[in-house]
Design a protein around this ligand. Sequence first.
Ligand code: HEM
Length: 534
Amino acid sequence: VIRCQSTNTDEPKTRNLLDNASNLLTSLLSGGGLGSMPIAEGAVSDLFGRPLFFSLYDWFLEHGSVYKLAFGPKAFVVISDPIVARHILRENAFSYDKGVLADILEPIMGKGLIPADLGIWKQRRRVIAPGFHSLYLEAMVKIFTDCSERSTLKFEQLLEREDSLGRNVIELDLEAEFSNLALDIIGLGVFNYDFGSVTKESPVIKAVYGTLFEAEHRSTFYVPYWKIPLARWIVPRQRKFQNDLKIINDCLDELIKNAKETRQETDVEKLQQRDYSNLKDASLLRFLVDMRGADADDGQLRDDLMTMLIAGHETTAAVLTWSIFLLAQNPSKMKKAQAEIDTVLGQGRPTFDLLKKLEYIRLIVVEALRLYPQPPLLIRRALKSDVLPGGYKGDKDGYAIPSGTDIFISLYNLHRSPYFWDSPNEFEPERFLVQRKNEEIEGWAGFDPSRSPGALYPNEIISDFAFLPFGGGPRKCVGDQFALMESTVALAMLLQKFDVELKASPELVELVTGATIHTKNGLWCKLRKRSNVH
Ligand code: HEM
């Protein structure tokens, strides 16, 4: 029995007491707390020897789908179970925030959607999500094709030069090329700014890459020294980071100023219906500034744009990189993809309507996201105590989670779980066409496309949270359709023109990870002009 004499629940001491009481109570009412959870002891070498998500997978097979990972005094709960993931992301989403992730990203994204606390998030999500309406996406397909064409033209020119020397092949780091392409697309789509990075370098482009590099450093460096006062002035890489941020912010401020000066205020419905085919600037910034009631201050708008620049760039580049990596090892699937492209597109360009017919390319993109999810982990921290539902492994009572618990939801483990996928490590885009009814796993509804009618791409609803490359619940990615269509267009346009091979053996492509999974030294490929065009 806990007696609390204070009536002021906001008083820190009382709050603390209530939190402890509630933790104790949830622990008593559930099967057990963190203490009864299987424990994986991490060695420091696990943090540095290889990407952490590989070790998390081994421990998942050893300890089960909910386990505690302890590194010295620090502990994380690792979840690899769709039923528990669904609870945290959707059913009880507002009992969790972004925890460690927000600490890392806040200096870069400020109050942008990803790190935002609940109050700001609610306001901004309401304003930003409607911006990704279907006419906007249709207008974006034109930007995806224009930008992809710039890349393919560049490769054709390089090939012509080689041709004149009697060679019919070029060697390229396609990861770097996809990164430039994705940067150009996100710049034009989100704030109508042409980085032109496929063909040139500029201080702003360098600053964007510098910022991404720092975000990655912070997400894999376990001592947050950058929080020490003066570190930003004394440590050279932190000084450079501040300088990079200033270059990007100045550029974004200028774009926001221009957009505000040419503002045409109207209501959301009208904005969603306007004639996007004739619009010079179809960007999301234009929508956000024109939208009545979206009077965000310039600082908030800048944080929103910066968030989308970072969230939508490396992720999409990584999907393209791993799609090619997988296809290059499966020449028969590459041929099947090219045959579909020839039938649907011929020598023409993809359009919004034609994307619906590029079914195999769409499945390749989602299969690449299954095998290489970006990011491989979702991060949460419990804001209050909670009881997790029992997982599929029979631990029916579930575990009590005290407030403050740090959680990793491993998308990598979920997407490669032997309990939910046949041949989980194989590249099989066709797998998404097979409906899977579930009889054995209590609480999991199986795969059923009819749960998400009209969806162009398989998603977390169809798979009841066994496949969730864009997260799920209220904080699901706002740019999912943008990114999927972008990847489909870019992949189709590349394979329409070129045969792609890896330059060296796939085992030599080393993986590293920060926010996304990428290669250590680039994805070096050989490109030839296609000879077997139908
Ligand atoms: C959130 C993945 C592209 C903007 C997320 C989340 C994931 C994700 C997993 C959820 C994070 C969490 O729950 O902790 C991806 C992948 C992409 C992609 C794999 C590319 C293939 C984009 C693009 C944009 C974007 C193109 C914008 C144009 C955002 C934003 C959020 C988010 C703003 C935060 C949403 C919120 O908290 O309300 N993304 N994303 N993403 N993504 Fe994406």
